[in-house]
Design a protein around this ligand. Sequence first.
Ligand code: AHR
Length: 515
Amino acid sequence: MKKQLLALVATLAVGASALAADPKLVINPDQPGPVIHRNIYGQFAEHLGTGIYEGMWVGPESKIPNVRGWRKDVVSALKDLKVPLVRWPGGCFADEYHWRDGIGPRNKRPIKINTNWGGVPETNAVGTHEFFDLVEQLGAEAYVNGNLGTGSAQEMSEWLEYMTGEGKSTLTDLRRKNGRDKPFRVHYFAVGNESWGCGGNMRPEYYVDLYRQAATFLKTPENNRPLFIASGGHDARTDWTEVLAKGLKGVPFDAISHHGYTLPTGKWEKKGSAVGFPEAEWISTLAHTQRVDEWVRKNTALLDQHDPARKVGFYFDEWGSWYDPEPGSNPGFLVQRNTLRDALLAALHFHVFHAHAERVKMSNVAQMVNVLQAMILTSKDQLVLTPTYHAFKLYTPFQDATSLPATLENNPVYKVGATEMPGLSATAARGKDGKLYVGLVNANANQPAELTVQVGSTSPKAARGQLLTAAAMDAQNELGKAPQVLPQAYEAQAAGGRLTLKLPAKSVLVVAIEG
Ligand code: AHR
């Protein structure tokens, strides 16, 4: 009996010391992984609510300062974010969009009903020329989403000719007449959107046939050939990836798109509130991001079977938080507040996408302004930068950086009720400037964390960067009020031969490691 008791005490002691062991981040600088494509930090702007109209486009006659109709303040904030890519015009809107409605004199363009988003009038004031003006002002790449749902192969092929054609033709002359002599540079072109749902309720086999037919006619000059994207599945589904990977061989096809949104409750009928939520919804939201990792893993494993040379990309071209609409707003406008929780959710997505950088060469947060998990919220001539904006800004050094293996040892478990997740998440990369960058998230809403950092077999001397945190889980930046979530300068020096990083509860940290 005494012997058993002693054994139990010994086991408990070992358990306690294992629990108490400090978390440690071990980075291997000698085994560089794939480059983290800057387009992982891509954006999405759909004709939806005030995402484009009011939020970004006010028209050249507006009193709000603008450049050819695009708000100066918004464009300037987005330029600071180094937005690498913008996807347009949808989303569900794309499969009802007819590009000819959006060219020529704006006062003569047809007014349609935006049947997907609130049933409001769509003036077509923003069309092809305006979109390319925006991406050129931003210095970003253009991702145009074609209409397969209510469009046709002919309509898509003519749009491509209008945008990219060099020689003389009726369509290229029309583009010139509308003010653009040289072709627009189209970097990416997608055939339909969510064809399993709002894009036509198709089966993947039927989509494959339509894609094959359309892609046959999607021709551009060789020096302006976009990467062609097939519209894939969503969330945990793998059937679309499988059928597309098998069925699209032999036609222009560069990537499959996939979508996955984060709902705190996981239920579309009652998604959960953007503010004033309990800790159970804080953790359920963040734990959801771990499932994004599993979705990407399963889908890319399938792609590996059909495309072992890993030529086909897996683009996560819609992601972000989706909450119950802001009370009093038009539910079709998808207006929601943005809090510290969204900043952590964004950072956790970045870590997943970095880990799969070989296939995931693009992702697009939904959406850029005023819609869902937006970077910027506007009201009349005012704007506010959201916590998500600041998370994107912190991670800009990861654009085009080279990923490095980073292992978290003794990662504490964060648990609320029946939901649990790793307390810490980390990513590491060698930036284009040669510096070693580390991104960290402490998901625990209450407990700070400390971790030591090891690079190879050595202990670095210092870390410098920026920290994002706040007192409340739902801290936000509101128009006309002092912002509650702003990056703060962060510095840590090694002591006793160890570099220790201290992370407050519910925080995101990006640092350059020195020495
Ligand atoms: O981002 C809002 C909508 O979500 C998009 O239009 C659609 O593709 C998705 O269902």
